[in-house]
Design a protein around this ligand. Structure first.
Ligand SMILES: *Cc1c(COP(=O)(O)O)cnc(C)c1O
Length: 397
């Protein structure tokens, strides 16, 4: 596939149809907000997996490191390689499972740091490194304290750490775990997971096996409770300017970094009674001015939001009508005068007095904002911009 970065002839077409705008000033601001609630001894990992939640991994990594993050977190080895190939030097934790010798070799070659979740995996990794005659690799041991996803059983932490400790070629850099309910107002389960993590730590300390770094918190936990900060916090969603839950809004002022924009490609008057788009799910009850916009579900606009979306056109809200198609969607713009083909439509973001957030889409689509952000496909070029941030409307505690 052609890449926008590598193909000069595509460059002038970047904003012809639809694109993702990433405000670097917002990214830096959000990183600084998190730095502001962390003690100096706690480092900030910017989680940039899934192409930085759809924002573009390299530009986000660079902005986050510039603003004070010192670690990067990815899910897969290729995601880590993309950062290294772009010249990123910061330590990179691969949070997903790594089992194949090919992945292990790539980790050594690109100086990535893997997550290990059982002794056998650690042994194979150590043997692979021995064959390569590679330098020792920093590894991160993950405990399952109640998420039931990746991780060694927390109650057996001492055995696990002791085993990895005696392997050549591996240097334990951290011990970590992940919380299942950090964004919920009821903290019962989170407290239980925290307790298990604390118990594992106490047992390890007693055996003089405590790894040099401990971490537990995602965005929600970082906002919920300073006792969860430890030596490092792994912040994803918050970097992008969204809150994991309404009750966690008060500690930091976050600014959404992503806007989704597209152009009107066709304008026309249609008579009353016109059926619009596939299935004629919308029928005009009056004559209306209809705008076709060059963005669709193949770009990441959820089709399930057909006939529910509002977008912003010249500072005014306009309803989306008819079924959202793969590459295009339609608007009723009867009430907005003087439009022309080529005018810009804001699907997510702000224009004039109006703002539309991924949280709005997530609520309508019965999903979470994380999934909305990750849904924007590579057909949309990512355009980095520097936009001034709105002054905070309220004082923050
Ligand atoms: C994705 C992920 C995070 C970041 O989660 P947010 O809720 O987006 O902050 C942190 N830790 C692990 C292990 C993850 O997989």
């Amino acid at each position: 596939m052609l890449s926008w970065e590598q193909t000069p002839s595509l460059e002038p077409m970047r904003c012809c149809r639809a694109w993702v705008e990433i405000n670097l000033a917002a990214l830096r601001h959000n990183v600084q907000q998190f730095k502001g609630i962390l003690p100096a001894s706690t480092q900030l990992m910017a989680v940039v997996k899934a192409d930085a939640y759809g924002h573009g991994a390299v530009i986000v990594a660079q902005a986050a490191l510039h603003a004070g993050a010192t670690w990067l977190g990815v899910a897969t080895v290729p995601e880590g390689i993309e950062l290294r190939a772009a010249g990123v030097q910061a330590p990179i934790l691969v949070m997903g499972a790594v089992n194949s010798p090919e992945e292990m070799q790539a980790i050594a070659h690109w100086r990535l740091q893997p997550t290990l979740v059982n002794p056998k995996q650690a042994l194979v990794f150590s043997e692979t490194l021995a064959q390569l005659d590679a330098r020792p690799v920093g590894v991160h041991l993950k405990l399952d304290t109640g998420m039931a996803r990746l991780g060694f059983p927390w109650a057996e932490a001492v055995d696990f750490v002791r085993f990895v400790h005696q392997l050549p070629h591996l240097k334990i850099d951290s011990l970590y775990s992940h919380l299942a309910t950090a964004d919920e107002p009821d903290t019962t389960i989170m407290a239980q997971q925290h307790q298990r993590f604390t118990t594992a730590i106490a047992n390890l300390r007693q055996q003089h096996l405590l790894p040099p770094r401990l971490h537990l918190a995602n965005t929600a936990a970082t906002l919920a409770n300073p006792a969860l900060h430890y030596d490092l916090v792994r912040v994803g969603l918050g970097i992008y300017g969204l809150y994991p839950a309404p009750h966690l809004r008060h500690r930091v002022n976050l600014q959404p970094a992503m806007q989704i924009k597209a152009r009107i490609t066709h304008l026309k008057q249609v008579p009353a009674g016109t059926g619009v788009s596939y299935g004629h799910q919308y029928r005009c009850d009056r004559p209306l001015r209809l705008a076709v916009v060059g963005i669709g579900y193949a770009d990441g606009v959820p089709r399930v939001l057909s006939n529910q979306l509002q977008v912003i056109v010249k500072g005014q809200l306009a309803p989306q009508i008819g079924t959202i198609t793969m590459d295009q969607l339609m608007l009723d713009v009867t009430h907005i005068p003087n439009l022309q083909e080529g005018d810009v439509v804001t699907l997510l973001g702000h224009d004039g007095q109006h703002t539309i957030s991924p949280d709005d889409w997530a609520a309508m689509a019965h999903t979470i904002s994380w999934e909305i952000l990750c849904g924007f496909k590579h057909r949309l070029p990512r355009i980095a911009v520097e936009q001034p941030l709105p002054a905070p409307a309220t004082a923050h505690s």
